[in-house]
Write a new protein. Structure first.
Ligand SMILES: Nc1ncnc2c1ncn2[C@@H]1O[C@H](COP(=O)(O)OP(=O)(O)O)[C@@H](O)[C@H]1O
Ligand SMILES: [Mg+2]
Ligand SMILES: [Zn+2]
Length: 271
């Protein structure tokens, strides 16, 4: 290879450097570096990669690991596609870009509550209208607690469980798998609880899950737009409001409100 302007100049008293290697990342020449060996012997050390290419390689590796971890968490927690990619950091950044003023403040408060949740109370009860970001906050909370605590977790969309259980409750069915996962995992998310009527079997299951969580001090995250009456009706418990009462006892109620993200994004404020 021809020596060019990038060539290493030999300092006075040094032998001529050998020709460059080819960087394994950018495939451009990478020149040897001068080092002093034993007894001050001056020599050139061939380099397989540029220092900046090596740093970039490290960053790429770390990003790959993070991505793989997020994917694994998504699979394990049964999160719907796309929802495993959320983090508190990303949710904040995107909300900041979409929402303004008081509307942003209305979102930021529950965001903070979720981020600071662990250890403060056994569970969180996120309530508020549709489209304000409850599910995304639940996913951030689930994913980040699984990562930080190395505890298992599972996401259950209750209306989906209700629909699946009507199809089949046989061993290996989706409904059965979801229910079994809930029994084994440390952190459980019940999303859209009390929204629409669920069958008796699922209602009984939910009631037992909430009782069990309360009894054993296990964490529970709930998302809903239902009030007390609707939730009790959905769970076939119009008289006693048992699930509702227990949820209020073990969970910190957090109101999520403000403008729906979809409406804001349709306005074209976004991008
Ligand atoms: N912090 C956020 N930044 C950007 N988009 C968001 C954010 N939170 C939610 N969204 C988007 O808004 C929509 C509604 O959010 P979702 O969490 O499903 O609301 P909810 O559960 O309250 O009905 C989804 O398309 C979601 O991707
Ligand atoms: Mg939701
Ligand atoms: Zn390079």
């Amino acid at each position: 290879m021809k020596r060019d302007a990038m060539a290493q100049k030999a300092p006075p008293g040094w032998p001529e450097p050998p020709p460059p290697e080819i960087c394994r990342r950018c495939h451009k020449p990478v020149w040897p570096v001068p080092i002093k060996g034993l007894q001050q012997i001056k020599k050139w050390l061939p380099q397989g990669i540029h220092p900046e290419c090596s740093e970039a390689e490290q960053r790429e590796k770390q990003a790959q690991v993070r991505h793989a971890e997020a994917m694994a968490a998504t699979m394990e927690a049964n999160l719907p596609a796309g929802l495993g990619q959320w983090s508190f950091e990303r949710a904040y950044r995107e909300a900041r870009a979409i929402k303004q003023g008081e509307d942003f403040a209305l979102w930021e408060r529950p965001w903070q509550e979720c981020r600071d949740w662990l250890g403060l109370k056994q569970g969180l009860f996120l309530h508020g209208p549709t489209g304000v970001g409850k599910t995304v906050l639940l996913c951030c909370t689930l994913a980040e607690n699984m990562r930080a605590e190395e505890e298992s977790g599972v996401y259950v969309h209750v209306p989906t469980l209700a629909r699946e259980s009507a199809k089949s409750m046989a061993k290996g069915s989706r409904a059965r798998n979801m229910m079994e996962a809930v029994e084994r995992r440390h952190l459980v998310v019940l999303d859209d609880l009390g929204v629409g009527k669920v069958g008796l079997r699922v209602a009984r299951f939910i009631t037992e899950v909430v009782d069990e969580r309360m009894r054993r001090g296990l964490p529970l995250l709930v998302g809903t737009n239902a009030g007390e009456k609707e939730m009790s009706a959905s769970l076939h418990d119009k008289k006693h409001h048992r699930v509702w009462d227990r949820l209020q006892r073990i969970c910190k109620a957090v109101r999520v409100e403000g403008l729906a993200f979809s409406a804001l994004m349709a306005e074209g404020d976004w991008e």
